[in-house]
Design a binder for this molecule. Structure first.
Ligand SMILES: Nc1ncnc2c1ncn2[C@@H]1O[C@H](COP(=O)(O)OP(=O)(O)O)[C@@H](O)[C@H]1O
Ligand SMILES: [Mg+2]
Length: 261
């Protein structure tokens, strides 16, 4: 039996004195335990809300998030746009921190953190502090901190958005390599259609707020995957197909790479 994440009729509304904001409504989605699914949608439609619900950081107003056929409750880890490293901890201790809540002993925490930094080519910066790293390296450290717990589900909320184009390409390549080493589920939110196609096995397109799933598109690229494959004509066609679905959902529609923010 395949391990699944199943989202059933999920709704989330935020209440405030200025009125209620429905962020998600009637969302259905299933993701397999070894799938890399990218989620695109207009700015403010409810993408971060969806990830927070899956992470268990927030409770739905209606519907549910369930996990089917896992041998134990799946471990989830999240990576945000802002690396959110502790400035007073070294890179090594920041990464090891991910294991602290799991009750792993200090020496083992550091060993596992060191191992992961090595896998990510950050070992020579283990004793550095976050402010001594570039933006790309900080985000790599944040990814290491998420992966060190060996998550079954990795939730990524526009993790490369703040990076320059070249650094983003390097981190995208790196992420592809990392997820190909060990099967896990990745739910990757991005406003960038191209990024969604280059990384995902499937792209889920969300409607404007309150978000529901408009459509799902299978990406016809295998793995291991290289970013250069993104220049195939069929990929170009896919990009335009997704954009034509997304555009009417955006109140301000500046162009396929604009994100509408
Ligand atoms: N904690 C919150 N309290 C009130 N409203 C919120 C909160 N978080 C998000 N929202 C609102 O919910 C909607 C969806 O937000 P979000 O999930 O962050 O969208 P996205 O990530 O797609 O840009 C927005 O209108 C936002 O203003
Ligand atoms: Mg967001």
């Amino acid at each position: 039996m395949v391990a699944l994440l199943r989202i059933t009729d999920l709704a989330k509304a935020y209440t405030s004195p200025r009125g209620d904001v429905p962020a998600l409504a009637g969302m259905f989605l299933e993701v397999r335990g070894d799938e890399f699914v990218c989620v695109v949608g207009p700015s403010g439609c409810g993408k971060s809300t969806l990830l927070r619900l899956v992470a268990g950081l927030s409770e739905p107003t209606e519907g549910k998030v369930s996990y089917m056929n896992w041998t134990q409750a799946p471990r989830r880890a999240m990576v945000f746009q802002d690396p959110g490293l502790f400035p007073w901890l070294s890179v090594l201790d920041n990464v090891a921190f991910g294991l602290e809540t799991q009750g792993v002993a200090r020496d083992e925490r550091r060993d596992r953190a060191r191992e992961l930094l090595k896998r990510m080519g950050l070992e020579s910066f283990a004793q550095h502090y976050p402010h001594e790293l570039s933006g790309g390296m900080r985000q790599k450290a944040a990814i290491a901190r998420a992966l060190v717990v060996e998550p079954d589900i990795l939730l990524m909320d526009e993790p490369f958005r703040a990076l320059d184009a070249q650094t983003r390409l390097i981190l995208q390549e790196e992420l592809l390599r990392l997820v190909e080493e060990r099967p896990l589920m990745v739910l990757f939110v991005t406003h960038d259609i191209e990024e969604a196609i280059l990384l995902g096995d499937r792209v889920v397109v969300l409607s404007g707020r309150p978000a529901h799933v408009l459509t799902e598109v299978i990406v016809p690229l295998g793995r291991p995957r290289h970013l250069t494959e993104g220049s195939h004509p069929e990929i170009e066609e896919l990009r335009w197909r997704i954009w034509s679905l997304l555009k009417p959902e955006m109140s301000l529609a500046p162009g396929p790479r604009g994100g509408g923010a």
